[in-house]
Design a protein around this ligand. Structure first.
Ligand SMILES: [Zn+2]
Length: 223
């Protein structure tokens, strides 16, 4: 095969290996062209830089191990495509920003410099309400949240806000609380039916961060 194709395949295999080391199974990984979409809505670019530890040092599988460095000032830019959901975006951000004993703060910016772009993409899947990148090994928030506006626009405002809050949770390292291989954020054990970070519950899941969601946030992003 041509060398550039070979290089691309090797890179993709590295990303696949990394995803599996994070605790995901083959059955949870879907090839979507330039990305792998995992466990429904967690996106990994095929061209991502795989961390030097390849995920092997990560033992807490409820989050991906990578804390966002500028957690006191995570700048969110609202793409023009989704300004109609500004109220839900603000509500979602307010939930994360008001977690007791946590320094975590998302801030809306209209500038050209930002950490996360939230935008509409109605092509991400007929039952996928949103998608997001996880935080990165160099301390950056996942830089894109995609919202399937066509799919969620008829949900209640609380459920629309839930989808957005859930996807923001991925950008700051949270994985799915109900992932089959889940272990826990240190000190926050057990399953949690009330978790806003449970996967596969768009339109039906918890609309506010649970007590354990808040404890986990304070554990990862303490004051
Ligand atoms: Zn999710």
């Amino acid at each position: 095969m041509p060398q550039d194709t070979q290089t691309e395949t090797t890179q993709q295999n590295k990303v696949l290996s990394y995803i599996k080391n994070l605790g995901f199974s083959d059955a949870q990984i879907v090839d979507k062209g330039s990305n792998y979409v995992v466990d429904g809505d967690i996106v990994f670019s095929k061209t991502m830089e795989v961390p030097a530890d390849n995920g092997k040092s990560i033992t807490e599988q409820y989050y991906n191990g990578y804390i966002v460095t500028n957690s006191r000032n995570i700048r969110v830019k609202i793409d023009p495509s989704i300004t109609s959901m500004t109220s839900e975006i603000n509500g979602a951000i307010n939930q994360w920003n008001t977690v007791p004993n946590s320094r975590l703060r998302f801030v809306i910016t209209t500038g050209t410099v930002y950490d996360i772009l939230i935008k509409v993409d109605n092509t991400i899947g007929s039952s996928t309400c949103g998608q997001a990148y996880l935080s990165t090994s160099n301390g950056l928030a996942g830089n894109t949240v995609w919202i399937n506006q066509a799919l969620i626009q008829n949900n209640s405002a609380a459920q629309r806000q839930r989808t957005i809050a859930h996807e923001f949770g991925h950008t700051i390292s949270f994985k799915h609380t109900n992932q089959s291989t889940t272990t826990n954020v240190p000190g926050v054990g057990g399953t949690d039916a009330q978790s806003l970070m449970n996967g596969g519950q768009c339109g039906s899941g918890a609309t506010v961060l649970s007590t354990k969601d808040k404890q986990a946030t304070a554990a990862l992003y303490p004051l």
